[in-house]
Design a protein around this ligand. Structure first.
Ligand SMILES: [Zn+2]
Length: 181
């Protein structure tokens, strides 16, 4: 990435013409904004496209999470936000919590029936509070996308709502992500 800063000399006006984000002074072309320099060889114009502004993580954003630890009523998750097309999400914290009430609709007695340490989930940001970031996997398209056999550690294969170990045949239950289709 060819990043330039405001006031940086780009070229002379004999070499090319100034496009977006460029100003001309005394026959010289300067960057007016911070951004990425690119040269359109067809029109011989130099333009600066501003870099993507990062926006803060927000409720509703999708994330991938790794189950780090399970407590009685909350799971500690390591997560990464999923940026959409043309956006960049600034993430200042890699850890979030998943309350047991956000596993699924209705009552969940214990995590281990639906989630295990080491599982990878697709989740959504439920809320961001001064105490931390909270996730949810309650919606049907959210939940475990990778799980590992508790008997032999092999990655499980998802068969509908059940996960099966291809190595030892062990069947395990998870709160799996089911595609909407
Ligand atoms: Zn197994």
């Amino acid at each position: 990435m060819d990043l330039v800063f405001p006031g940086e000399l780009l070229a002379t006006s004999e070499e090319c013409v100034g496009g977006k984000g460029v100003f001309e002074e005394d026959g010289r072309l300067f960057a007016a904004v911070e951004g990425k320099r690119s040269l359109d060889s067809r029109t011989r114009s130099v333009v600066i496209s501003a870099p993507l502004q990062a926006r803060p993580l927000a409720a509703g954003d999708y994330v991938y999470g790794l189950v780090h630890d399970l407590y009685d009523s909350v799971a500690l998750m390591e997560f990464h936000a999923v940026s959409g097309e043309g956006e960049r999400i600034a993430q200042h914290n890699n850890y979030a919590y998943l309350r047991i009430s956000e596993i699924q609709r209705g009552y969940t007695e214990q995590f281990r029936d639906w989630l295990r340490i080491g599982d990878v989930v697709k989740a959504r940001i439920k809320e961001i509070t001064s105490l931390g970031i909270y996730l949810t996997i309650a919606d049907s398209e959210l939940g475990v996308i990778r799980g590992f056999c508790t008997q032999c550690k092999t990655e499980l294969e998802q068969r509908g709502r059940v996960m099966v170990c291809p190595a030892c045949g062990n069947k395990e239950q998870r709160k799996t992500a089911v595609s909407r289709a």
